[in-house]
Design a protein around this ligand. Structure first.
Ligand code: IPM
Ligand code: MG
Length: 347
C-alpha cells in the first residue's frame, strides 16, 4: 500500500521521520512511501504550496500522512500562496469532510494536563469537525466601505446536505462508542447554526439509540474545562471544531499528543497531528512526535484495515510514556528522536 508522506514546514519533517520509522517497524514492506513537498517548503521550491505533483500523489496514495504547514516567511504572501492553503486545498480537493479528533487522557500524563488530575482523568471524547465548509470556504475578501474604511469579510454558510453528512458521521461514531452525541453550534445568534441544529435533529430520527444534545459553542468551551468527562462525541462545524480541538488538547496534557484523521465518504484519509508547524522550535529536536505517531496508528486503523498494528502502536506509546519519556511540551527533556526511539523500544 502506498503512503504519501507530506512533511511540510517547521517541525513537520522531524515528526514525520519518527512516525515513518514506527510504521516501518510495524508494517515492514507492506507499506511503500513516497514523499512530496507541501506548504511553505513547496512554495519556496516550486512557487505553489500545493503543487500539482503533490496533489497527484495524494490522490494516488492509499493514505496520506501529513506533518504541518505554516511558515512566518510566507505570512505576507497573497493568501492563495500561503502554506495553510495546502492543507485546505487537500481537504477540499479530496473531499475529506470528516475530521476525527480523539482526545483521551493517557493516565501517565495526568500531571501534564492543564486540569486537576481528577477532572482530566475522565476525558475520553472525540471531536468530529466538519472540514469542507463554513467560514473557511465561503466568499471572503477585503473591501473599502463608502466612508473609505477598510473592511474584511468571510461568509459563513452550510447547506443542509453538508450538515447531514457530517451529522451521520457523528451519530455513527457515537453509536460505536458511548451513544452520546453533543452537537455544538451558536444557534442563538447564527442562521448557519440554526440550520445546523434543525438538520442534526432531522438526522437523529435514524439514530434513536444515540442520545442527542445541543450546546452553544461558548458553553461548550466552558464545559470542556469544567467537566470534560460529560462528553462522548462532539459534532461541530469547521471553525468551532478548530478552536475546541486545540482546547481539548491541553486538557489531555499537550497539543503534542493529539492525532487526527480527515476522511472522505470511502474512508480514504489524510492523517495529521492537530498541532501546527511550531516555527519557534523547528529544527531543535524539541517537538513531540507522539501526535504524528498516533496519527499513523489512526491511518492503519481507518484507511488500511490494520487494526491490530494500530493497537500495537498505541500500546507502545502508552508504554513509552509509562517508562518516563517526556518531551519538552510534557515538561521533560527527551528529544524528538529519543521519543521516537522510546516508542520503537516499547514495540
Ligand atoms: C488545524 C489547523 C488548520 C485549520 C490551519 C493550519 C489551516 O489549525 O488543522 O486545526 O485551521 O484547520
Ligand atoms: Mg487548528
Amino acid at each position: 500500500m502506498l503512503i504519501a508522506l507530506l512533511p511540510g514546514d517547521g517541525i513537520g519533517p522531524e515528526v514525520i521521520t519518527q512516525a515513518r520509522a514506527v510504521l516501518e517497524a510495524v508494517c515492514g514492506d507492506r507499506l511503500t512511501f513516497e514523499e512530496a513537498l507541501v506548504g511553505g517548503a513547496a512554495y519556496k521550491a516550486k512557487g505553489h504550496p500545493l503543487p500539482p505533483e503533490t496533489l497527484d500523489l495524494a490522490k494516488r496514495a492509499d493514505a496520506i500522512l501529513f506533518g504541518a504547514v505554516g511558515d512566518p516567511d510566507c505570512d505576507k504572501l497573497e493568501r492563495r500562496f500561503r502554506p495553510e492553503q495546502a492543507i485546505l486545498g487537500l481537504r477540499k480537493e479530496l473531499t475529506l469532510f470528516a475530521n476525527l479528533r480523539p482526545a483521551k487522557l493517557f493516565p501517565e500524563l495526568a500531571d501534564a494536563s492543564a486540569l486537576r488530575p481528577e477532572v482530566a482523568a475522565r476525558i475520553d471524547l472525540v471531536i468530529i469537525r466538519e472540514l469542507n465548509g463554513d467560514v473557511y470556504f465561503g466568499e471572503k475578501g477585503m473591501r473599502t466601505t463608502a466612508d473609505g474604511r477598510r473592511e474584511g469579510y468571510d461568509i459563513m454558510s452550510y447547506n443542509e446536505d453538508e450538515v447531514a453528512r457530517i451529522a451521520r458521521v457523528g451519530f455513527e461514531t457515537a453509536r460505536a462508542r458511548g451513544r452520546k452525541l453533543c452537537s455544538v453550534d451558536k444557534a442563538n445568534v447564527l442562521e448557519t447554526s440554526q440550520l445546523w441544529r434543525d438538520v442534526v435533529i432531522e438526522v437523529s430520527a435514524d439514530y434513536p439509540d444515540v442520545a442527542l444534545s445541543h450546546m452553544y459553542v461558548d458553553n461548550a468551551a466552558m464545559q470542556l474545562v469544567r467537566d470534560p468527562g460529560q462528553f462522548d462525541v462532539i459534532v461541530t462545524g469547521n471553525l468551532f471544531g478548530d478552536i475546541l480541538s486545540d482546547q481539548a488538547s491541553m486538557c489531555v496534557g499537550s497539543i503534542g499528543m493529539l492525532p487526527s484523521a480527515s476522511l472522505d465518504a470511502n474512508q480514504k484519509g489524510l492523517y495529521e497531528p492537530i498541532h501546527g508547524s511550531a516555527p519557534d522550535i523547528a529544527g531543535q529536536g524539541k517537538a513531540n512526535p507522539l501526535a504524528t505517531i498516533l496519527s499513523a496508528a489512526m491511518m492503519l486503523r481507518y484507511s488500511l484495515g490494520m487494526a491490530a498494528e494500530a493497537d500495537r502502536i498505541e500500546a507502545a506509546v502508552a508504554k513509552a510514556l509509562a517508562s518516563g519519556a517526556r518531551s519538552a511540551d510534557l515538561g521533560g527533556t527527551v528529544t524528538t528522536s529519543q521519543m521516537g526511539a522510546a516508542v520503537l523500544t516499547a514495540l
